[in-house]
Design a protein. Structure first.
Ligand code: IPE
Ligand code: MG
Length: 232
C-alpha cells in the first residue's frame, strides 16, 4: 500500500495524515473485494525495513495500527472477515500484539474473506523462519530431505493459496520483499495511483487488466482463472 507520504506532500499535509488517509481506504477495498467474490486479500502494512523510518513516523504508524484494530475488528467480524496477521510480531508492543491476537481469535471461524495484514513482514524473513520451523518440526533430519511441499505449511501464509494478482500502488515497479515465495506465478500490476487514492474503481481497472492475462504457469495455454485472491 505505497504512496501515503507523497499523497500528503502533494496536499502540503503532514506525512502522518497520509497514513491516516491510507488506513481509511482499507475498508472500501475490503468491501469491494467481498462484493466481487475475492476470497483472500493481503495488505502489506509494515515491512521489516520500515523500522528505519524516523521514530515519529514509526510511532504514528504503530498508533494507526492500534487504532485500526480497535475500530475495525468488530465490523470485520460482522461482515464475515477472517483476520490474519503475519510477520515477526514479537517486535510490536504488548498492546498491539494482544489486539492482533484477539482480532484473529474473534474472527477465526469466518470464511467470506480472509484478510491478511502483513506487519513487520518480509519475504526473506518468511523463508528463513519457515526453514527453521521445518527443522524444529523435523529434528534430526537434514534440509536435503525437505522439498517445496514440506516447506509450504511453515511459511507464514501456509493457510492461503498463492495470490492470483499483486497490485503495487505508488508508481514503483518492484516487489520490495513482499511474499517472495508466493508470487512465483502471480500477475503483477503496477499503478501510479497513490494508495489513498486507490478506490473500488481502481480495483476494477486492475481486475479488468487481470482478466486479459494469459496464465500459462510455465506450461501451455489455459483459460484465465476467475480471480479469488490478491495482494496489495
Ligand atoms: C505507505 O506509503 C507505506 C507504509 C509503510 C505504510 P509510504 O509511506 O511508503 O509513502 P511514499 O511511498 O513515501 O509516498
Ligand atoms: Mg513508499
Amino acid at each position: 500500500m505505497d504512496g501515503n507520504r507523497r499523497w500528503a506532500e502533494k496536499r502540503s499535509m503532514l506525512r502522518a495524515l497520509g497514513h491516516v488517509s491510507g488506513a481509511r481506504q482499507v475498508r472500501q477495498i475490503i468491501d469491494a473485494c467481498m462484493a466481487r467474490g475475492v476470497n483472500y486479500l493481503t495488505l502489506f502494512a509494515f515491512s521489516t525495513e520500515n523500522w528505519q523510518r524516523p521514530a515519529d513516523e514509526v510511532s504514528s504508524l504503530m498508533g494507526l495500527l492500534v487504532h485500526y484494530l480497535q475500530k475495525e475488528v468488530s465490523a470485520m467480524h460482522a461482515s464475515g472477515v477472517r483476520l490474519k496477521v503475519v510477520g515477526d510480531l514479537n517486535r510490536f508492543d504488548r498492546q498491539l500484539q494482544s489486539l492482533m491476537a484477539s482480532g484473529q481469535a474473534l474472527t477465526a471461524n469466518n470464511s467470506k474473506l480472509t484478510l491478511t495484514i502483513a506487519a513487520n513482514y518480509g519475504g526473506r524473513w518468511d523463508m528463513m523462519q519457515a526453514v527453521q520451523a521445518w527443522q524444529a518440526a523435523n529434528p534430526g533430519q537434514s534440509v536435503a530431505d525437505m522439498d517445496e511441499a514440506a516447506l509450504r505449511p511453515h511459511l507464514s501464509m501456509g493457510y492461503a493459496p498463492d495470490p492470483d494478482l499483486l497490485i503495487r500502488t505508488g508508481g514503483e515497479s518492484r516487489i520490495s520483499n513482499f511474499m517472495l515465495w508466493q508470487v512465483a506465478y502471480t500477475e503483477l500490476f503496477f499503478t501510479d495511483t497513490l494508495w489513498p487514492d486507490f478506490s473500488a474503481q481502481s480495483l476494477d481497472h486492475a481486475l479488468q487488466w487481470y482478466q486479459a492475462r494469459d496464465r500459462r504457469f510455465g506450461a501451455s495455454n489455459a483459460p484465465v482463472a476467475e480471480i479469488t485472491r490478491y495482494a496489495i
